[in-house]
Design a protein around this ligand. Sequence first.
Ligand SMILES: *Cc1c(COP(=O)(O)O)cnc(C)c1O
Length: 360
Amino acid sequence: MSRVYNFSAGPAALPESVLQQAADEMLDWQGSGMSVMEMSHRGRHFMGIAAEAQALLRELLAVPANYKVLFMQGGGLAENAIVPMNMLRGKASADFIDTGVWAGKSIAEARKYGGVNVAASAKATNYTTIPPRDSWRLDPDAAYVHICSNETIGGVEYHFTPDVGEVPLVADMSSSILSRPVDVSKYGLIFGGAQKNIGPAGLTLVIVREDLLGGALPITPSAFDYTVVAENDSMYNTPPTYAIYIAGLVFKWIRAQGGVAAMEARSAAKAALLYGCLDSTAFYKAPVARDCRSRMNVTFFLHDQRLDKPFLEGAEARGLVQLKGHRVVGGMRASLYNAMPLEGVQALVAYMKDFEKSHG
Ligand SMILES: *Cc1c(COP(=O)(O)O)cnc(C)c1O
């Protein structure tokens, strides 16, 4: 067996020990005589798996008791509709900070359900910055303020938690959740698809403050009404059972590594290594402003884009895969989620130096 270093932006690499445990338990989960995939979501085995996954997540992120943790389906894009349907709560509009592709999608979708105020935008910098907090024109009557904590495509990340006063802060953390500690109490709602930093596609995580529940628009599908989902312990409809099981194994793996603080230290080291390489030469270029650089998705260009193809082919030959940038940005993108070991980044940097020597 040979495994590559997979720099995919998502679905993304998972810890090898998690995959190994899942393989070992595939046919017979802990003496149950069945695979987790075959279990009733209301049976005692799976209820235990789901409860443990939730408890671990609460522990990792120190989720306060007045927040619900929901395991849903639909991904980050469905949440772009589900959030306004649930969170407008009779208000006319919500504020958005436009930081790139993913914030842009949230803005477009929210317009179907209510008013949208783009309180700040990084469009003028071609989305290579996060608009500084003091430039935001927030509406004190907004239902909530929506941010995208990490723009997976552009490679910009918030390195601060914005203070937005009494208005609930909503964050799309699809591509940065569990990569650093967060003070959940500063947010009204956090959501994220699992397939970047948590587990398999199909699971969407929502952490929501209890007092914000109960105000969904009447058109909200019941399966997407946070109150209904919360009242039914995420079992109103069949949840993505296998994805929850794998997420639970990943949570356990994070805890064994030292928790999210350890993930933060490791992420900082990995990102510093790669950005250090990019900054050390004119052969490569990192487009994002230094103080907004994503630790999760590192975007970069080769100085001559005719070298893109040989760069990617040479990387693949060394087992370094999925480095092609998103077509919106072009160039390269290396995603360094929790499961990417430091050794993977070291191998990438060694390759980049060799490639520069032979093509510079
Ligand atoms: C991947 C991603 C999404 C979309 O997730 P889907 O599961 O494809 O709906 C939304 N927001 C961010 C920041 C993402 O990285």
